[in-house]
Design a protein around this ligand. Structure first.
Ligand code: AMP
Length: 216
């Protein structure tokens, strides 16, 4: 059983690494950002409520995201483990997660803390483009689509996330520093933190993550 948290600022590569970990360990990724974006797209009551926070780069209220994760963790595909990506993002969320898991007689095994400098994060986020149809992620400079604006995987149209515009990115990074970065010390004090440099090739970073998971 491998219960993982991927911790780090927006743009550090949590989603990219989560996709590879899914293949390696056969456990699902739980991305609160992806779940919320799907709810916004489907205009569910939760999506309608969350949209304003998300578009402005603020955090969605703790109770909403804690509810999402609680519901998701009891599903059958999480029985052998899970990869939390983008959750927890506040100390209150981390406390709630601990309680939910202990109620299930489970616990977090490793918290992978990915980091890169702010200039790099800005470059990565402003150039990020996503497919409107299948969600595949590209970058105008670092991972361009073969045909500009068209998804390599499904031919869907590529777009820039509303919250990947520069002004909103700066807000999201400030929110990260203020509300999420304290979780580094939080998990370090429980002996769960595994720090990994987020700068390098996708494969190299993945290898570092796997060795930190297996080596500790
Ligand atoms: P992400 O794709 O993880 O960067 O998430 C996109 C947006 O969804 C964030 O900027 C928040 O508005 C919201 N969101 C995602 N996860 C959380 C969370 N754990 N707590 C609060 N808001 C979240």
């Amino acid at each position: 059983m491998t219960n993982l948290i991927l911790l780090g600022p927006p743009g550090v590569g949590k989603g990219t690494q989560a996709k590879l970990l899914i293949e390696k360990y056969g456990i699902p990724q739980i991305s609160t950002g992806d779940i919320l974006r799907a709810a916004v797209k489907d205009q569910t009551p939760m999506g309608v409520k969350a949209k304003g926070y998300m578009d402005s780069g603020a955090l969605v209220p703790d109770a909403v995201v804690i509810g999402i994760v609680e519901e998701r963790l009891v599903q059958a595909d999480c029985a052998e483990g899970f990869i939390l990506d983008g959750f927890p993002r506040t100390v209150a969320q981390a406390d709630a997660l601990g309680q939910v898991l202990s109620g299930m007689s489970r616990k977090i095994d490793h918290v992978i803390s990915l980091s890169v400098d702010k200039g790099e994060l800005l470059k990565r986020l402003t150039g990020r483009r996503a497919c409107a149809k299948c969600g595949a992620v590209f970058h105008v400079d670092f991972a361009p689509a073969k045909v500009a604006g068209v998804c390599d995987a499904c031919g869907g149209e590529l777009f820039q996330r509303e919250d990947d515009k520069e002004e909103t990115i700066l807000k999201r990074l400030a929110v990260y520093e203020e509300q999420t970065a304290p979780l580094i010390a939080y998990y370090e004090s429980c002996g769960l933190l595994r720090s990994v440099n987020g700068l390098g090739t996708v494969e190299g970073i993945q290898a570092d993550i796997v060795s930190r998971i297996q080596g500790s």
